[in-house]
Design a protein around this ligand. Sequence first.
Ligand code: ZN
Length: 303
Amino acid sequence: MFSQRFAWCSLLAVLALTSLASADDKIRVLIIDGQNNHNWKAMTPPMKADLEQTGRFTVDVATTPEQKAPAADWDAFRPDFSKYDVVLSNYNGQSWPAEVNKSLEQFVEKGGGLVIIHAANNAFSDWKAWNEMIGLGWRGPDFGDRVTVNDKGEAERTEKGKGPGAGHGAQHEFVIITRDREHPVTRGMPAEWKHARDELYHGQRGPAANMHILATAFSDPKTGGTGANEPMIWWIPYGKGRVFTTLMGHVGGPDDPSIRCTGFLTVMERGCEWAATGKVTLPIKSDFPTAEEVRVVPSQPKT
Ligand code: ZN
């Protein structure tokens, strides 16, 4: 009896130490929101909850002042990026104070991760370093080059001024084509998988330097698209840091399914882990979409 109890106590002690260690090892995520032409209030809580339920992350949220807020509110908006391993932007709104921009640039230059979700790439067209970090953004055709992928799987550039600028056709379910099946984020994903109803962005523009495309989608003219394979997931190195973008994730209302897609959620989780650490330990979700079938979680996990 004594030895059994002793063993049980030892086990508890080991478990306690293990949980302490894993708390220290958790990746610290900062989500930024507060302005968006999308329903950011319906996006941040389920994205935060999904990241947290993996057990791999702790997640804080920094919400900016509203549009037309007094200058004093912006003076108080000074997120301390150095406390985090990765910043996830769910923000598309007015410019931040120059001091905040500089602080984010330095954070990524020193090795911090940055993750861009959907319309977050619409923001900050006049922030030079931001455009370098994201590579391509929602911009007009004269802003910069466009990048597509041809039928041989090769990236092709269209110079600025030629071809379409940023846009999207009708919302629909579409197939994501995994172009890099060796990258830690996409390794193990099927070659093709069907994403839940979303906007398929096309004609994104920017400097697109050192852009590594991980996945594309065919932008079908039948749904108002360009007839090209448009980049959907990519990453760009910036200083010692990694900037990871997914164009998926349109949410206009709480019923929009894009961020409940198990493919989107896997990309977000692994993208955050990889941008923060350069490695991926998180598995692909077991109910991952197939080429023919969309898979969504029925409701967002609660924190
Ligand atoms: Zn959208």
